[in-house]
Unconditional design. Structure first.
Length: 121
């Protein structure tokens, strides 16, 4: 039987995305009342996109607040950014993709200046 529970201890930071992707995938088949991620999958893409939009706005506001702010404001920005990343990962998972697709794209872009890429369009 597959263990669908998330690990009891935090995974090492270099394996967080991979471990989280596995949990998000497993949650597609979990009961919505038992799991926040399952409840998002159950409510569907529009609800997930609504959460991504909300978290993006909260991240922008926290970034404005963190500009010139203290450690507390910086921690608040980190927390909002984590919420945003998390919900975009749920979005990708809902559509059958994951963080690796994004990492592959970022890796592909290495060494290509944003200005050069834009000029070549
Ligand atoms: N990383 C996260 C994570 N980050 C944020 N959140 C949740 O995201 C939600 C969104 O925050 P909000 O302040 O917008 O919450 P809200 O106002 O209650 O949400 P709405 O009513 O507006 O939908 C909160 O309920 C947070 O707990 C997360 N929920 C889960 N995870 C990971 O996903 C795993 C599986 O979670 P479950 O599916 O709940 O078991 C967990 O073990 C974690 O590793």
């Amino acid at each position: 039987m597959t263990n669908t529970a998330p690990p009891n201890t935090s995974p090492a930071t270099d394996t967080v995305l991979e471990t989280l992707a596995d949990v998000l995938k497993q949650r597609r088949h979990a009961a919505p009342e038992d799991s926040y991620v399952a409840s998002l999958h159950h409510k569907g893409l529009n609800k997930i996109l609504e959460k991504v939009g909300e978290e993006a706005t909260e991240t922008l506001l926290a970034a404005k607040d963190a500009d010139g702010g203290d450690e507390t404001k910086h921690q608040a920005l980190i927390a909002e950014t984590a919420d945003l990343w998390f919900h975009t990962l749920v979005m990708l998972s809902h559509l059958g993709m994951d963080h690796q697709d994004v990492l592959d794209e970022l890796a592909r872009r290495f060494g290509v200046s944003g200005h050069d890429e834009k000029a070549a369009r």
